[in-house]
Ligand binder design. Structure first.
Ligand code: NAD
Ligand code: MG
Length: 389
């Protein structure tokens, strides 16, 4: 029986995780659930799964949540320290890291440092602190399993000894597929007037609002490029982006002998989640098998002039140090402003580029430096935004 903490239980990934857990009550027991808002949903989950702990954002929410579930035997905690505590608790085996954004870094790192089996959906944590994060995985012997569908596909397409180095196992390059998002065919003029509602309507996936906007700007693929470099010790020039509008091939690995291995499936996050939950075994995910007769598969190169976020992410990774943390923080501020109707879609990369250009980057050799860079980038991004108010 694996005892499971789900960080971000009320989100899209959190819900898909619980859907897989529901199919396997004999394998998984929910140990802790966390949420930032949507207390009614968290209360309903606590009543259903009876976790030992629930974690909310602020102390005032503790009594609110308790009032919503008077009979549940769940202990309610609040705040960042409580998130880290349930992620590293001795009685928890596996942590699903599904908080969105930089807020997920500290609890995910706490799980890593406690040597847990960590299922990583929270790509922003790895983008911000890739070097420290991967060092901590090695030092504390954590098991890190990728949930992002592309990285899970790469993980499935690599040999199990890939940690010896990609060159040593005959890997030449990784092809990271991207749907292209809802605006794949929009002209620059059309992009100038798109709305948050349009951006959040992804053609193939139902996801949280932040990652939906990231998919529309292609920053999601930029973050995933950085994520792939850290997870698989790949050089940025070894990771190639391929636009594949149908999202059936979730990514591919090319070997020196001319072989290309890929993972295919219907676009449903329950597949990578089930893969990581059960790895190295396989379990039912509740996802139907792919019917190849129903699909035509297309591939295009990305257009970085209409979607500059891809270039910005690649440049930040090449710069190294705190540059990816600065990129991530500026992007989070930009996406929030766009969703609030305060920033045009096409100004998202402009804001990020301005912050990256103005803020000096430094080596990212400790957490304080990274958190400081994150904070400084947010302050600068807010200043830049004031021209729109
Ligand atoms: P979501 O917005 O649906 O859910 C986010 C969860 O995090 C919620 O439970 C929310 O309460 C919690 N949360 C938000 N802000 C928080 C904060 N400041 N402190 C603590 N908790 C907070 O997001 P999602 O789509 O489930 O995505 C979660 C993560 O998984 C993201 O990093 C995303 O990039 C990644 N991911 C998602 C998908 C997908 O299909 N949804 C696919 C690949 C990767
Ligand atoms: Mg992805």
């Amino acid at each position: 029986m694996q005892r499971l903490t789900i960080l971000g239980a009320t989100g899209s990934i959190g819900q898909s995780t619980l859907a897989v857990v529901d199919l396997h009550p004999e394998r998984y027991q929910v140990f802790a659930l966390t949420a930032y808002s949507r207390l009614e949903e968290l209360a309903a989950l606590c009543v259903q799964y009876q976790p030992r702990y629930a974690v909310v954002a602020i102390p005032e929410d503790i009594s609110r949540l308790q009032a919503l579930m008077p009979t549940a035997g769940t202990e309610v905690l609040a705040g960042a320290e409580a998130l880290a505590a349930v992620a590293s608790h001795a009685d928890c085996d596996t942590v699903m890291a599904a908080i969105v954004g930089a807020a997920g870094l500290l609890p995910t790192l706490a799980a890593v440092k406690a040597g847990k089996r960590v299922l990583l959906a929270n790509k922003e944590a790895l983008v911000m602190a890739g070097d420290l994060f991967m060092q901590a995985v090695a030092e504390h012997k954590a098991t890190l399993l990728p949930i992002d569908s592309e990285h899970n596909a790469i993980f499935q397409s690599l040999p199990c000894n890939y940690a010896q180095g990609l060159a040593n196992v005959g890997v030449e390059r990784i092809l990271l597929t991207a749907s292209g998002g809802p605006f794949r065919e929009f002209t620059a003029e059309q992009l100038a007037t798109v709305t948050p509602a349009q951006a959040c309507k992804h053609p193939n996936w139902v996801m949280g609002r932040k990652i939906s906007v990231d998919s529309a700007t292609l920053m999601n693929k930029g973050l995933e490029l950085i994520e792939a470099c850290w997870l698989f010790a790949a050089r940025p020039d070894q990771v190639h982006i391929v636009i594949h509008p149908q999202s059936i091939i979730h990514s591919l690995v090319q070997y020196v002998d001319g072989s290309t291995l890929a993972q295919l499936g219907n676009p449903d996050m329950r597949t990578p989640i089930a893969n990581a939950l059960a790895w190295p075994e396989r379990i039912q995910a509740g996802v139907s098998a792919l019917n190849l007769f129903q699909h035509q598969l297309d591939f295009f190169p990305p257009d970085e002039s209409r979607f500059p976020c891809l270039r910005l992410a690649r440049q930040a990774m090449a710069k190294g140090g705190t540059a990816p943390a600065i990129l991530n923080a500026a992007n989070e501020v930009a996406v929030e402003a766009f969703l609030a109707g305060k920033l045009p879609f096409i100004a998202i990369p402009q804001l990020i580029e301005a912050v990256l250009t103005q803020l000096p980057m430094s080596p990212a050799n400790n957490l304080d430096t990274i958190l400081h860079a994150d904070h400084a980038a947010r302050v600068l991004a807010q200043q830049w935004l004031s021209q729109y108010s």
